[in-house]
Ligand binder design. Sequence first.
Ligand SMILES: [Zn+2]
Length: 221
Amino acid sequence: MMHFTRTQPGPTQALLDQKGKDDTNKRYDIPGVRTQLADDFFEKCYICSSESTSMRIEHFRPHQGNRDLMFDWNNLFYACEHCNSLKSDGYKGLLDCTKTTKIDDKIEFNYRPAKPIRQKVNITDIDSKSPDTIELIQVVFSTNSTPTKRMGAKSLEKKLGIALRNFQTVVEQYQSKQSPANEALLRLEVNNQSEFAAFKRWKVKQAPQNYPVQLPGWFVN
Ligand SMILES: [Zn+2]
């Protein structure tokens, strides 16, 4: 999970227009909303930080039929199908990543593929004051609750492993040749546009001697 800046006022008026329609015609999943969310969230799920072909428009606070919450631009988030279904109407104390900055300083994101353990992803609270956030992120990467959800978690964990190996390649490229192009690639890997950026940052934080930490301001946002 990373911080995202929400465009304001965004498609607020289009949502208000929809809110005024009768029950059979009202829709919050309209092209202007979907496009703006994709842009603001860099096409990533705000919970797991992955890009997916099946993205959902998610209500941060469950609307449960409440039209104000259903059409409130500030309550609409971008989530993958897997995370959307696991969050469902629960986890009501989640950190709002559009209002909270530096989330990777408040939560530790660990991936330990080498250990012979079932749970390779470990999410630890440092100062988030949000047990719901810790639990939900842990659950999306390691749930076993149903065969479909287990498959979703396994495939997400696999994507994370691949992304971290690619990150390592970019680090090594930069270490062998410190060109502006290689530096730009490295910066892209750890900013909030990148998939699983918080996990990559924690690789660096845990073993700074292995990474070019001298890059000023590379953990922006
Ligand atoms: Zn997700």
